[in-house]
Design a protein. Structure first.
Length: 101
């Protein structure tokens, strides 16, 4: 929010400029350095999906709940603008976010 205060309060800020300011304030350093859009956990889970595991098997493997797996997949889909899990895996492979083992 401090970034928004730096913009002139007398004139409305263009939406694009405000978005850039907000995004710059919230970039996770490890993601900025690596060039990845997805978090480490999202990449891990999409990688397991790409290698044939289903959500329940991933949950058991990573010792997390199935709901947590679904949340990571949903977040990855949103970040990649994917319509389905398969689409998310395909996009992640094309963008070199994940690789097949």
């Amino acid at each position: 929010m401090t970034a928004l205060r730096e913009l002139k309060p007398s004139a409305p800020a263009p939406a694009a400029q405000a978005s850039v300011v907000l995004v710059q304030d919230h970039v996770v350093p490890s993601q900025a350095k690596s060039g990845h859009v997805l978090s480490r956990r999202e990449r891990e889970i999409l990688g397991l999906l790409a290698n044939g595991m289903n959500g329940a098997a991933i949950a058991r493997e990573l010792m997390i709940s199935s709901e947590t797996v679904r949340t990571h997949v949903r977040n990855a889909m949103r970040k990649l603008a994917a319509r389905t899990r398969v689409h998310a895996v395909t996009l992640a492979l094309k963008r070199h976010e994940i690789s097949l083992n």
